[in-house]
Design a protein around this ligand. Structure first.
Ligand SMILES: Cc1cc2nc3c(=O)[nH]c(=O)nc-3n(C[C@H](O)[C@H](O)[C@H](O)COP(=O)(O)OP(=O)(O)OC[C@H]3O[C@@H](n4cnc5c(N)ncnc54)[C@H](O)[C@@H]3O)c2cc1C
Length: 400
């Protein structure tokens, strides 16, 4: 340490002698900080972020249900209808687990006993007859994972949908592991919900671990939460709140020498990022490769499901379920994203007051809005400016 300090002093002094810099205590501190950062943590390339680098803006409607996702069976004329919608801001994270729970209900409707095996990704037994046809309505992440899960269990599946990627909410998501985000009102959490949640959470987490290593479809990434002051006691990021699941490392308050940000309060946490366009394409390709069919069709009311040739239908229509089912507990929470030209070298995330970034192949995605009850899907320039400028302030001050 003494050697390093004297090396820095000499370097700064030499620089000053050559007219490069002034040998002030501040210059010394900065030089030492930069050297420490390079030695004690990995180098974080600076974000090039500004409004003129924004190339796309989207607004998606999170299908928020105050009672939590609706995954249950309803008998409708000659049809068994299994609902699987209302995943709020957690739909990507819980998709595989939710698909497994819905597939269990489909199994039950065919009179098959649920065993532990059926809640795993792959059923141990094929269905007794080859012609067990199931319809899945909706081609978002919930519809696609449900359809794939049913195929794995031996069903013949047709997806009926009004729209596909990129014109669906699932294409307008940030793509992080956020299994509890805007999922349920806290006073509605029951023991049954807790049990189902645990099951969905575990199945999904495992599914994403199995998608690691396939290029950048799922990757682990660090988030730097940059703040003016310490988090109030008990105000844990939601990953920490669910630490009882023991799936993610705890976040850490960094010391000044472990990060390049100007602010002194910086937490680092590690979590997963999903490459949204790539995963949606892979799920669709897999579905078609295993004999699935996609038909474009809009459903106006519940009775339209009963008119389908399949006698078992899974309703995965996201916020679209509001009009079809008239569910009083379902409401949109809109969220806007601004896509900044991608920087391949950036492999970390920033969160700060009012905005966050996520590094993806298709852009540095900047988000941070939640408008409860809003059906408006037109991007607001004002929201883009607020979010991008909040991140720009943090990014521009890095290494200074
Ligand atoms: C800004 C934002 C950020 C998010 N970030 C994350 C995140 O980081 N992590 C995470 O886990 N989740 C995130 N989410 C939440 C996640 O995107 C949703 O929970 C998820 O996409 C819901 O998927 P879905 O398949 O139910 O809905 P959708 O993707 O909306 O799919 C519904 C499907 O049903 C079809 N459909 C609808 N109505 C009808 C009809 N009447 N007839 C026929 N077909 C119909 C649609 O065309 C579509 O194909 C985010 C959401 C937003 C908006």
């Amino acid at each position: 340490m003494t050697n390093r300090r004297s090396f820095i002093k000499k370097s700064v002094a030499a620089g000053a002698a050559l007219g490069f810099t002034a040998c002030t205590p501040r210059a010394l501190r900065l030089a030492e900080k930069q050297l420490n950062i390079q030695h004690s943590s990995r180098y974080l390339p600076k974000l090039r972020i500004s409004l003129d680098r924004v190339v796309k803006e989207t607004v998606g409607l999170r299908p928020y249900r105050t009672l939590g996702p609706r995954i249950e069976t309803e008998n409708l004329g000659n049809t068994t209808l299994v609902h699987n919608y209302g995943h709020g801001g957690s739909g990507w994270s819980l998709s595989w687990g939710s698909a497994a729970v819905a597939a269990d209900l489909v199994d039950t409707s065919w009179g098959k006993e649920i065993s532990l095996a059926t809640t795993s990704l792959q059923s141990s037994a094929l269905p007794p007859t080859a012609a067990r046809k199931v319809a899945v309505v909706g081609c978002g992440v919930i519809g696609l994972t449900t359809a794939r899960m049913l195929q794995r269990r031996g069903y013949e599946v047709t997806i009926y949908t009004k729209a596909m990627a990129p014109d669906i909410t699932s294409s307008k998501a940030t793509g992080t592991w956020s299994p509890t985000h805007r999922l349920i009102e806290s006073d509605q959490i029951t023991d049954t919900f807790r049990d189902t949640f645990k099951q969905m959470h575990q199945t999904s987490f495992l599914a994403f671990q199995n998608l690691l290593g396939l290029g950048d479809k799922v990757v682990w990434t660090d988030t730097y939460d940059v703040r003016q002051e310490l988090r109030p006691h008990g105000d844990l990021p939601h990953n920490d709140q669910y630490a009882f699941m023991n799936v993610l490392p705890k976040s850490k308050l960094l010391n000044d020498k472990e990060h390049p940000f100007k602010e002194s309060v910086v937490y680092r946490s590690t979590s997963m990022v999903f490459n949204i366009p790539s995963l949606l394409k892979m799920y669709t390709d897999d579905f078609l490769r295993f004999g699935g069919t996609v038909k474009i069709q809009e459903f106006k009311r519940l009775e339209d499901f009963d008119a389908l040739p399949e006698k078992c239908v899974v309703n995965c229509t996201g916020i679209g379920a509001k009009k079809i089912t008239d569910d009083p507990h379902l409401t949109p929470i809109s969220g806007q994203l601004a896509f900044v030209i991608p920087q391949q070298e950036v492999n970390y995330r920033i969160a700060t007051k009012g905005a966050y970034t996520i590094n993806r192949q298709d852009g540095i995605v900047v988000g941070g809005t939640h408008k409860m009850g809003s059906w408006n899907t037109t991007p607001s320039r004002e929201d883009t400016e607020k979010m991008v400028l909040a991140i720009k302030e943090v990014a521009d001050a890095m290494y200074s």
